[in-house]
Design a binder for this molecule. Structure first.
Ligand code: ZN
Length: 161
């Protein structure tokens, strides 16, 4: 077996990351684990991206500074829905500070400014890194993360009880 020339290896890597991106997007749209109402949520906040029509409500349950449960509701494009679902996958069970750190990495990744080590911490959500090259979809990708960060930066606005 001869190795592929460098140019084709690059192409192969691009195809793999593109395939992974599509699989992740499809999976989280067909079976969004966290898309449902959340009874007894401590915080709920609407996040809207008018340029695409994405309109979600993010719900979080927080105990002693730890996100113990979360969900989202509402509608939007495939990217906004998958990204919100992946965000919840990642932050449920984590401390508020850790969730904010990850949201900061995600926002920088989408601007093309996160390191490989940082992106590893995003786990599956790292599959959305190529959105940095799709300016029209940036607001879709960051909607859930931005809404989560907004809840912690402005908790009185989002508090339900
Ligand atoms: Zn969208």
């Amino acid at each position: 077996m001869s190795a592929l020339p460098a140019s084709e290896r690059r192409w192969d890597t691009m195809n793999n990351s593109r395939t992974f991106y599509n699989e992740v997007l499809t999976e989280h749209n067909i079976r969004p684990e966290h898309k449902h109402p959340l009874e007894n949520a401590d915080f709920s906040l609407e996040g809207v991206n008018p340029s695409c029509g994405d309109d979600i409500v993010l719900n979080l349950k927080v105990e002693d500074g730890v996100i113990t449960d979360g969900s989202f509701e509402g509608d939007g494009c495939a990217i906004s829905q998958a990204s919100a679902d992946m965000m919840l996958d990642l932050v449920i069970g984590r401390k508020k500070e850790d969730a904010l750190r990850l949201s900061d990495i995600f926002l920088r990744m989408i601007q093309g400014r996160a390191s490989d080590d940082e992106m590893e911490d995003l786990e599956e959500a790292g599959a959305l890194k190529d959105i940095a090259h799709m300016p029209a979809r940036v607001k879709c990708a960051v909607l859930g993360w931005h809404t989560m960060a907004e809840i912690f930066k402005n908790p009185e606005k989002a508090r339900k009880k």
